[in-house]
Design a protein around this ligand. Structure first.
Ligand SMILES: [Zn+2]
Length: 536
């Protein structure tokens, strides 16, 4: 392939003039030279202007420009320098050179931009004009073929966007290794869409408390020492993620940074901390303020890092309720968070990992004894010599209660053989004895949990929003079941956002026009009526 000249209407004119009579050739090196040759002052070097410039040859023939332009890669290489107004203003260029980073596609690499920039950098300044380069892959179809309209496998971007939105498309691409080709996948796109929904739900959860309570970062920072272990764990995780994301971005591994962030929001925040927070937000006013401020702070720091990946949903959340008075008008103008290294606590994160291993063992013990997760159990005994797990047992009581649904977790010595009915599971940190004795109290607690869940399902069917729309509720049951449930009425009322909950044994007591469902809870037939309370 010829790499120097092209025949185009527009482009960088090749500065070569040739005599139409004797064939003499002159190559011009500057505007000044051209002005001397022609005796004219020239302020426009575009093709249509210089093509008209001629002068007389020694042989009295006419010197005319060779009409070709330079190959357009020359312009690509020059555009960077030209955009900074070089050569008119060299100092701006000197300020910017070398640039930190250049990116281009795999298809452009062999003779592409990196090379044309480099070539001009060396010719003009004897230096490399950039510090780092990245080559990105191509989007292929689901079978790994190139996308072509003629193959019928081409997916228009607008089709993707109208189905899942821009952020979901970005999330799909951003989670992939950028220098490899990506196989397009509707299934994975839907998955990305779901992940964004999880981010939104974390925000919506906080939104329930945001409007009601003062959110105050300093409240968290002032109380660092007295925070609960779960709170300190979340802070440590947050700051570690900030540190790691920064490192990944510096290493030009944006996909790893993005996946770390998603993993943090989905697993640490949504699947773990928020479930605990839901419990904590029910306790004292002081506790509520701390937990909601903590969540606010963590979510805000996380969203700022997610903003370059998911610019729309993060901006929406920011504008709706994250933006405070001293903040800039857009999340994209926020400073990148600095990790607070003093909050990173290796010990507590290790302990949480040990606690998670125990929770997994509890789930296995439940499964092998065929006891559902909703059934509260009295106690779990753990025979272990692992000091980390021992500390975790003493620290994460609330976690075991909520996630394990076990009232008490206790360490025992390795050689102890506890008496009673246990489901036993060996795990890598010790042996778990899960007490599966269903006492009347345990049975009643399980039944209450079942009823709670059925009411939640019915609320969902009516489209009632959690924490906002209240209900009245009636439950028809036999007198034995009624006696079992009675002690749990107050806690059920709180859990299902009810104003009133009545246990009844006769049908007449229930008003007309309620939403009713009948349930069979392990052989006990009960009926539940709920009624939305009209507000205002
Ligand atoms: Zn001549």
């Amino acid at each position: 392939d010829w790499i120097i000249s092209r025949q185009r209407f527009w482009g960088t004119p090749i500065p070569i003039w040739r005599c139409n009579s004797c064939g003499k050739i002159e190559v011009l090196g500057s505007k000044k030279e051209l002005e001397e040759k022609t005796g004219k002052s020239i302020d426009d070097l575009h093709k249509h202007v210089v093509d008209a410039l001629t002068w007389k040859c020694e042989c009295s023939g006419e010197m005319k420009r060779v009409p070709d332009i330079l190959d357009v890669w020359y312009d690509s290489g020059a555009a960077f320098y030209a955009s900074l107004n070089f050569p008119k203003r060299e100092e701006t260029l000197r300020e910017w050179m070398p640039v930190n980073f250049v990116v281009e596609g795999l298809d452009q690499v062999p003779n592409g931009w990196f090379y044309s920039l480099l070539r001009l950098g060396v010719l003009l300044f004897d230096s490399v004009p950039y510090e780092k380069v990245m080559v990105h892959g191509m989007m292929l179809d689901e079978q790994g073929r190139e996308m072509h309209k003629s193959l019928g496998n081409f997916v228009p971007v607008m089709q993707i966007i109208s189905k899942y939105g821009r952020d979901a498309f970005r999330a799909f691409v951003a989670s992939k290794t950028p220098w490899s080709d990506i196989r397009f996948s509707w299934r994975e796109l839907e998955n990305s869409f779901r992940k964004i929904n999880i981010i939104w739900n974390v925000y919506a959860f906080l939104g329930l408390y945001c409007s009601q309570y003062d959110l105050d970062e300093s409240l968290v920072l002032k109380n660092l020492k007295s925070l609960d272990p779960e709170d300190r764990w979340l802070l440590s995780r947050t700051e570690r993620v900030i540190r790691e994301v920064r490192n990944k971005m510096d290493e030009l591994h944006p996909h790893e940074a993005f996946n770390l962030l998603l993993d943090f929001v989905i697993n640490d925040l949504s699947r773990l901390y928020i479930r605990i927070a839901r419990e904590k937000l029910r306790s004292s006013e002081e506790e509520r303020k701390i937990v909601s401020s903590l969540l606010f702070m963590v979510l805000k720091r996380t969203l700022v890092m997610l903003a370059p990946f998911l610019p729309f949903v993060t901006e929406k959340i920011y504008q709706e309720s994250m933006r405070q008075e001293s903040d800039p008008e857009s999340i994209h103008m926020m400073s990148w968070p600095e990790p607070r290294d003093d909050m990173i606590d290796d010990e507590i994160e290790e302990e949480m990992e040990a606690a998670k291993a125990l929770l997994e063992a509890i789930n296995m013990a439940r499964a092998s004894a065929k006891i559902k997760k909703r059934q509260p159990l009295k106690r779990a005994l753990v025979a272990t010599t692992d000091p980390v797990l021992k500390r975790a047992l003493a620290k994460f009581l609330l976690l075991f209660k909520i996630e394990g649904n076990v009232s008490k977790v206790q360490a025992i010595s390795q050689d102890q053989r506890p008496e009673g009915r246990f489901s036993v599971v060996e795990f890598d940190k010790g042996t778990l004895y899960l007490d599966i004795e269903i006492t009347p109290e345990v049975l009643a607690a399980g039944l209450a949990a079942d009823i709670r869940r059925r009411i939640q399902e019915m609320r969902k069917e009516l489209g009632l929003r959690r924490g906002i729309e209240k209900i009245n509720c009636w439950i028809l049951l036999d007198s034995e079941t009624r006696n079992m449930i009675e002690p749990y009425v107050t806690s059920i009322i709180e859990d299902v956002d009810a104003r009133k909950l009545k246990l009844v044994e006769k049908l007449e007591e229930i008003p007309e026009g309620c939403f009713m469902k009948e349930w069979d809870l392990d052989g006990r037939r009960i009926s539940i009526w709920i009624q939305k309370i009209q507000q205002g």
